[in-house]
Design a protein around this ligand. Sequence first.
Ligand SMILES: NC(=O)c1ccc[n+]([C@@H]2O[C@H](COP(=O)([O-])OP(=O)(O)OC[C@H]3O[C@@H](n4cnc5c(N)ncnc54)[C@H](OP(=O)(O)O)[C@@H]3O)[C@@H](O)[C@H]2O)c1
Length: 273
Amino acid sequence: MCGSQEAFLKNGVMPQTALITGASAGIGQEFARQLHSNGYNLILVARRHDRLEALCEEFNSQRSQSAEFVVADLSTQDSGNLRDIEKLISHRQIDLLVNNAGFGSFGALSELELVREEQMVLLNCVAPLRLTHAVLPQMRERQSGAIITLSSLGGLQPLPYMSTYSATKAFDLFFSLGLHYELKGEGISVLAVCPGQTETEFGEVARGPGDDLGVEGDQVRPVVHDSLRALEKRKAFVVPGSKARKIYWLLRCLPLHLRSRLLARMMRRSLRT
Ligand SMILES: NC(=O)c1ccc[n+]([C@@H]2O[C@H](COP(=O)([O-])OP(=O)(O)OC[C@H]3O[C@@H](n4cnc5c(N)ncnc54)[C@H](OP(=O)(O)O)[C@@H]3O)[C@@H](O)[C@H]2O)c1
């Protein structure tokens, strides 16, 4: 860990602190950049020490003591690292929690490694549940705070050949939407973010042509920008990125069973290529 809580913005106002999981790459790293340039102090969480260290150095050179990091694997069966982050949350003021860390896998379930599917459920579902549960008491006490959870367009209907992944993202969506309405009137904003295919390391990690559906993805910058605007407007749900929004509106025109059948055909084709 590096940095401290002592930093003040130039105008003397105590900056807000955001804790971002999965901040070493992709969407999480872009959340870190945009929140930092909006004056937030950051606590960055992921597994890759070198990436987190380099990011914190960059942020701290722009504004001293404005970023720190914790190296943690949030998908272990014994949840040791998760407990460490929960403990950290209980000792610190966290104004914004970004439940972003996540991964997917591509292929027929019977051919995918079960351990990895379980890790996905731990990272994509159990980690957001536990970290949100850990941060809520302090937010409720202050009657302020915000929680962003990354779902996906894939959480809006089944994605055959990414069945576990889309189920975890449906969990994220419903969990976040439920909390949004549960906490209405308590000063806490809860936003579910549902990106479509976005240009990150996600496809590479999913190990397959899972992101090769013949659809060009959105860039991370507008995806995060749209998400932060939706948070400002206290929305419950956002589909960020212009390409994702088009797909969202197209998919909405079809009943669930037709969407699922269409996606199965597309995914099967891309599995063969
Ligand atoms: N890109 C897309 O097309 C897309 C679309 C819809 C939704 N999403 C969602 O957006 C979120 C971010 O994905 P991304 O596209 O930015 O993917 P990414 O580029 O692969 O980044 C994933 C981040 O999660 C971290 N992470 C992975 N496993 C972890 C673990 N066990 N413990 C702690 N951190 C871990 C990674 O850091 P380390 O490897 O250093 O741990 C990395 O920082 C995910 O929840 C994903 O489901 C992505």
